[in-house]
Design a protein around this ligand. Structure first.
Ligand code: NAI
Length: 395
């Protein structure tokens, strides 16, 4: 079939297998162009491994350190008449490249929140690897079914306490306009914490430990975000921020259970992923941030962020440097005062007319399309392609 982008709001409903493969290959090439990781983990489990930060967290230890990886994700395989999701094709490409380099890679497609998925992964680790020494928790999900009571909880992206009015960007129509978001109810706050907080991370670590598949001294990392004052009401002080607070408390509890220095929260940079494009206001901030960071030669995408996270914080012979709240800060370049001051100035100025001049909207759009395998050099988008592709998680 011929595969073209079909954009609906902040999501693209098609994905291109060769394009996704080219994008994954770009990321692998970048990692291979860097010095090998000084002290790489040997066996890595990545939960949320198919796109964004999780995919980068699989690529970096594999191709920068020869790690054997198991990836868990929730993706759609392709069918004769319908494309699969990008994360499916990314995984097909990752596994093909891993096999070429003689690297073990196994993938599981399904609900990471379920007991069944945890059990299947534990059995695979026990059989194939014995233990894992690093667990990356990089899930971003709009809902979670709690395996203990079978109830499904939905997360939301809302402020807490008061309505929030701010500029936002319709990325499809290139329009900047004001948006008002009403505050979340107590139930919505609780539900968002249930989905995006650290409860499931802790369940995974407890299950891996009682399954006997954590190596002595094994470490785990989960990802968070803080960002600037201007997005505080919708992010850090909003429902998702409440969930991230819970994630940080989970890290404290995990360190108590498994030993100090075993669990980390890494605060990462804001960048274009399927998850971040769904957050109001944030895509406009990202477009302005990209412009400034590119101007200063500091721009990073997922792969550059995670490469730096491993090379300078996680895969060294020293414990990582932490902030006053015990978090890794790989958002340090984003939060530099000169970057933030410039973004704030541009924020006050940006509107629909000057969007392409003041912000890196083109950069945003091309990154967004790349997430789904579109706009990659060397890919013939006019050619017929087979949407059915196999990986170890199925076809
Ligand atoms: P993403 O949307 O690119 O990736 C989400 C991953 O979770 C995918 O692999 C998806 O298949 C998997 N997933 C979702 N629901 C699942 C389920 N029920 N079972 C199994 N797998 C499931 O998201 P992104 O942006 O990479 O986010 C990952 C983490 O990084 C999140 O915790 C997010 O808050 C955090 N983060 C993201 C930032 C950003 O700007 N994108 C900035 C800082 C942190």
């Amino acid at each position: 079939m011929l595969i073209q982008p079909k954009i609906r709001g902040f999501i693209c409903t098609t994905a291109h297998p060769e394009g996704c493969a080219a994008y994954v290959q770009q990321q692998i090439d970048f990692v291979k162009s860097q010095p090998p990781l000084p002290h790489p983990p040997k066996n890595v489990l990545v939960i949320g491994a198919s796109t964004g930060y999780g995919l980068a967290s699989r690529i970096v230890p594999a191709f920068g350190g020869g790690a054997r990886t198991i990836g868990v994700f929730f993706e759609k395989p392709g069918a004769e008449t319908k494309t699969g999701s990008a994360g499916w094709y990314n995984t097909v490409a990752f596994e093909t490249a891993a096999a070429r380099d003689g690297l073990y890679a196994r993938s599981f497609n399904g609900d990471a929140f379920s007991n069944e998925m945890k059990q299947a992964v534990i059995e695979a680790i026990a059989k194939d690897l014995g233990t894992v020494d690093l667990v990356v928790y990089s899930l971003a999900s709009p809902r979670r079914t709690d395996p203990t009571d079978g109830q499904t909880y939905n997360s939301c992206l809302k402020p807490i306490g008061a309505a929030y009015t701010q500029k936002t960007l319709n990325t499809d129509k290139a329009e900047v306009y004001p948006i008002t978001i009403e505050p979340a109810s107590d139930e919505e706050i609780r539900n968002t914490v249930k989905v995006m907080g650290g409860e499931d991370w802790e369940l995974w670590m407890d299950a891996l430990a009682s399954g006997g598949v954590l190596a002595p001294g094994a470490r785990t990392v989960a990802y968070s975000y803080i960002g600037p004052d201007l997005t505080f009401p919708i992010y850090t002080n909003g429902t998702i921020g409440r969930a991230k607070e819970h994630l940080e408390q989970s890290a404290i509890r995990l360190n108590q259970r498994f030993g100090a220095g075993s669990a980390f929260v890494s605060v990462n940079k804001a960048l274009v992923t399927q998850a971040s494009s769904a957050i109001p206001v944030v895509p406009l901030y990202i477009s302005l941030l990209y412009k400034e960071m590119k101007r200063h030669g500091l721009h990073e995408g997922c792969i550059e962020q995670i490469q730096r996270l491993f090379a300078t914080r996680l895969a060294t012979d020293q414990p990582p440097e932490l902030d006053a709240k015990g978090r890794i800060r790989i958002d340090d370049w984003e939060m530099r005062p000169e970057i933030q001051a410039a973004v704030e100035m541009a924020w006050n100025e940006v509107d629909t007319e000057n969007l392409r001049r003041v912000a890196d909207f083109e950069g945003y759009q091309s990154e967004f399309l790349k997430l789904f395998g579109f706009g990659l050099p060397g890919v013939d988008y006019a050619a017929e392609t087979d949407a059915v592709r196999a990986c170890s998680a199925g076809t």
